[in-house]
Design a protein around this ligand. Structure first.
Ligand code: HEM
Length: 479
């Protein structure tokens, strides 16, 4: 891991060590996009960080020290931005929302999205969250009773899509109980990898070639846009019937539409649609895959699972799931299991930034237009902060014998939700979902098996979000 920041004697990005580039394409053809995070982590071990690589004329600097990462992420939006390619591809695909936006567009959108996802809204939405979690329980109870194997990630994505559409759009899709109706997930599963490939591919093919190659992708994007237009049209109807909601919107989409219609807002219909799609993209895979990794870890670590179950049983007192926020707040060990999962299996294993104006990252001078990739996992595997870093040990987050200072330092080393002005606005919702689903699982079921086909450790794959490949789960209902 690289040394901490020094502000003098800057090295240039080009002078850093790194994999040997090929003529013209640089390292572009060496990249394995589906396991890019593993490749970058491997190069960081081989060459040390910071290291560099390039894709044609695009120069990348990769950093992995939590201190340097914190500095980069906190210097947004002035000195670092999301990449121009992400912004232009997202605009073209129709989901230019908060995640991909920059500058003034981002500044205008951020408060609105924050307000839609803040703890107060989550409190109001809590009964609906409880109801959606209970649907997942009923779905899994049926599977357990029938002795069926559960497609874990698909079921968890139904759960997160139902939560996100409920909270953000006031729409009860109920994909958990609608057989076969996984429309949104199916389209997102095609669009996410395509977006990721476009952002990083060595050359961005011309529009005519893309149209030819991406006919199928365009069909998925079209379907997603149709769904989004449907949500927006319904919202407009509701606002027309109850104009008072324009000043006191009840959910994110109402806030976006009302904001768009306000004179001089600077927001467009595209901004509204882009943010609706962004919520689906950002809220679905991240939370679902964190839960999938967590259940896999709990199955592999029966002592941790037993301790978490004891806490759940004590808090729920025989209920089938969490009923209120007070109970949720008492699930410290369950939350620690989530923290430990995100330390070992961060679903956002890197955060890519583009340099807005010439500046310095640690002791490296970076120029406008170059890229700084923050590798998020190495900080969580640092033995100086985490004893036996490879072990899954949720107790380390509970401060048993550890000082508040050590806890704060541990949190600064992992940053699963990013840091600084662009930190994830969905983190309260995500943690609530994770704790609700995990408590429901532990209260009602024994984990008979959680494994990929063939067993062993699931392969990690990345397409914006890092996920396990093919996790299956078998449950037995508790007596
Ligand atoms: C376990 C679940 C989640 C994880 C690990 C996660 C992680 C992240 C990370 C690492 C970022 C980038 C932060 C940065 O650049 O500093 C981010 C941004 C974002 N996340 Fe999440 N996220 C999760 C769930 C959610 C949910 C549930 C939503 C909304 C429903 C959401 C919405 C967003 C949005 C809109 C952004 C862009 C923020 C901006 O650029 O200003 N996320 N998330």
């Amino acid at each position: 891991m690289e040394a901490t920041t020094a502000t003098h004697a800057a090295r240039t990005a080009e002078s850093l060590p790194g994999p040997r580039p090929w003529p013209v394409v640089g390292n572009g053809l060496q990249l394995r996009l589906d396991r890019l995070h593993l490749q970058l982590e491997g190069w960081a071990r081989e060459y040390g960080a910071p290291f560099t690589f390039n894709i044609r004329s695009r120069r990348f600097v990769v950093v992995d020290s939590p201190e340097v990462i914190g500095q980069v992420l906190r210097r947004r939006p002035e000195q670092f931005r999301r990449s121009e390619r992400l912004e232009s591809v997202s605009r073209e695909m129709g989901f230019l929302g908060l995640f991909a936006a920059n500058g003034d567009t981002w500044r205008r959108q951020r408060p609105m999205v924050l307000a839609g996802l803040d703890p107060a809204h989550i409190r109001e939405f809590f009964p609906a969250l409880v109801a959606v979690t209970d649907r997942l329980r009923r779905r899994w109870l049926r599977a357990a009773q029938a002795g069926e194997t559960i497609d874990l990630q698909a079921d968890l994505m139904r759960f997160t899509v139902d939560v996100t559409t409920g909270l953000a759009f006031g729409e009860d899709l109920n994909t958990l109980e609608t057989p076969g109706d996984d429309t949104i997930q199916r389209h997102l599963n095609v669009v996410m990898p395509a977006l990721f490939k476009r952002i990083l591919s060595p050359v961005d093919p011309p529009a005519w070639l893309r149209r030819l190659r991406e006919r199928e992708l365009q069909a998925h994007i079209h379907e997603l846009r149709q769904a989004v237009q449907g949500f927006i049209a319904k919202t407009r109807k509701v606002l027309a019937g109850q104009p008072a909601l324009r000043d006191r919107p009840q959910n994110l989409i109402q806030a976006l539409v009302a904001g768009r219609d306000r004179e001089g807002s600077g927001l467009t219909d595209e901004d509204v649609a882009g943010n609706v799609l962004t919520m689906l993209l950002a809220g679905e895979d991240t939370t679902a895959n964190t839960l999938a990794w967590m259940f896999w870890h709990l199955h592999r670590n029966p002592a941790a699972a037993a301790a978490a179950r004891a806490e759940v049983d004590a808090v729920l007192q025989g209920a089938a799931g969490v009923q209120d926020l007070a109970q949720l707040g008492r699930l410290d060990l369950v939350e620690a299991c989530a923290n430990e999962t995100m330390r070992l299996k961060p679903v956002a294993p890197f955060i890519m930034n583009q340099v807005v104006e010439d500046t310095q990252v640690g002791d490296v001078a970076v120029r406008k237009g170059q890229f700084v990739i923050c590798l998020m996992r190495p900080g969580g595997l640092d033995a100086a902060t985490f004893a036996q870093p490879e072990a899954y040990d949720p107790m380390r987050w509970l401060g048993e014998g550890a000082s508040a200072h050590a806890m704060a330092s541990a949190k600064r080393h992992t940053m699963p939700f990013g840091a600084g002005p662009r930190m994830c606005p969905g983190r309260y919702l995500a943690l609530a979902e994770i704790k609700l689903a995990a408590a429901m699982l532990l209260a009602n079921f024994e984990l008979v098996d959680v494994s990929p086909p063939g067993g062993g450790e699931p392969r990690e794959t990345v397409s914006i979000v890092m996920s396990p490949v093919g996790l299956r789960m078998k449950l037995r209902a508790r007596g």
